[in-house]
Design a protein around this ligand. Structure first.
Ligand code: NAG
Ligand code: NAG
Length: 243
C-alpha cells in the first residue's frame, strides 16, 4: 500500500523532473567545460611556470628535467582533482536550480529553449549564458588559486620543488655577474630578487607570481571579455541537446 503510493507519487513527479537539467545534463555540461578549459589552463601553467623559472633563475638539477609543466605538476594534479566538482557545484546547486514556473504557470520560453527565469533547465542556462560562462570562468580561476593557496599540500609540494631548483650561489658565475645578467634579461614589474643566494626571499617572489594566475587566465582567454573562453555556439548546442 505504502509502496504503491510512493510509486504513484514518483510517477506524478516524473513530468517535472524530465524538463530539468538533471542526470546526464549537468554531467555533460560540466565535462564540456572541464575539457574546454584545458587549453587556457595549460596556457596559464606555461606563462606562470616560465615566469617562476626566469624570475628565480631556476636550474635543472642532476638528471631531473625542469619545465613549466614539471614545476607546476603539483598544482595541476590538485586542479584535475577539483575542477569538475567545483564547476558542477557552482553552476548547478550554486546557481541554476529551482522551479521555472511563476504562479504555477510556465513563462513563455520555459522550460526550453530560452527561459528568462533562473531555474534548473537547459532553456534557463541558454538565456543566462553570460552568467553561466562567468561562473565557469570565475570557478576555474578560483580552483587554480585554491591549488596554490599557501596552506595547501599542493602548494607545499610546489615550494619544495622550486627550492630544489634554486641556483646554488657557489656554482657558476658570481652574484655580481648574475645580478647584471638578470637585470638585463628579466627587467619587468615584479619585485626583484636582490640576491638569488638569499633563499628566504624566494617564497615571497614565488607567491607574488602565483597571485598573477587570474591575470594570466584573462590573457589566455583573449582579454577582458575572454572571447576565447566563451565557446558560445558549441555550448548552447550541447545544452539544448538535453531534454
Ligand atoms: C581530491 O579531492 C578530494 C575532495 O574533492 C580530497 O578529499 C582529496 O584529498 C583530493 N586529493 C588530492 C590528491 O588532492
Ligand atoms: C565573477 O567574478 C567577477 C570578478 O570578481 C565578479 O565581478 C562577477 O560578479 C563574478 N560573476 C559571477 C557570475 O559570479
Amino acid at each position: 500500500m505504502l509502496l504503491s503510493l510512493i510509486s504513484i507519487l514518483a510517477l506524478l513527479a516524473t513530468p517535472l523532473r524530465v524538463t530539468a537539467c538533471e542526470d546526464e545534463c549537468p554531467v555533460g555540461i560540466t565535462n564540456a567545460l572541464v575539457a574546454n578549459y584545458q587549453r587556457p589552463v595549460k596556457c596559464v601553467t606555461e606563462k606562470i611556470g616560465q615566469k617562476i623559472i626566469n624570475k628565480l633563475g631556476l636550474v635543472a638539477q642532476d638528471s631531473t628535467t625542469l619545465s613549466p609543466d614539471s614545476l607546476l605538476a603539483p598544482m595541476m594534479k590538485a586542479y584535475r582533482n577539483t575542477s569538475y566538482t567545483d564547476l558542477n557545484t557552482n553552476i548547478f546547486p550554486g546557481f541554476f536550480h529551482g522551479k521555472c514556473q511563476v504562479d504555477g504557470v510556465d513563462p513563455v520560453g520555459c522550460p526550453n529553449p530560452d527561459c528568462p527565469v533562473v531555474c534548473g533547465t537547459p532553456g534557463s542556462i541558454v538565456h543566462f549564458f553570460s552568467t553561466f560562462s562567468q561562473i565557469g570562468y570565475n570557478t576555474t580561476s578560483d580552483s587554480l588559486m585554491s591549488c596554490v593557496s599557501p596552506h595547501s599540500a599542493s602548494y607545499s609540494a610546489l615550494e619544495k620543488s622550486v627550492a630544489a631548483h634554486l641556483p646554488k650561489s657557489e656554482m657558476g658565475p658570481g652574484p655580481q655577474i648574475l645580478r647584471f645578467r638578470r637585470s638585463l634579461v628579466f627587467a619587468n614589474d615584479e619585485p626583484s630578487v636582490s640576491s638569488i643566494a638569499n633563499r628566504e626571499n624566494f617564497v615571497s617572489v614565488l607567491r607574488s607570481i602565483l597571485e598573477q594566475i587570474p591575470m594570466a587566465l584573462e590573457d589566455c582567454c583573449g582579454g577582458l571579455d575572454r572571447p576565447l573562453c566563451l565557446w558560445e555556439r558549441a555550448l548552447k548546442t550541447l545544452i539544448l541537446s538535453y531534454p
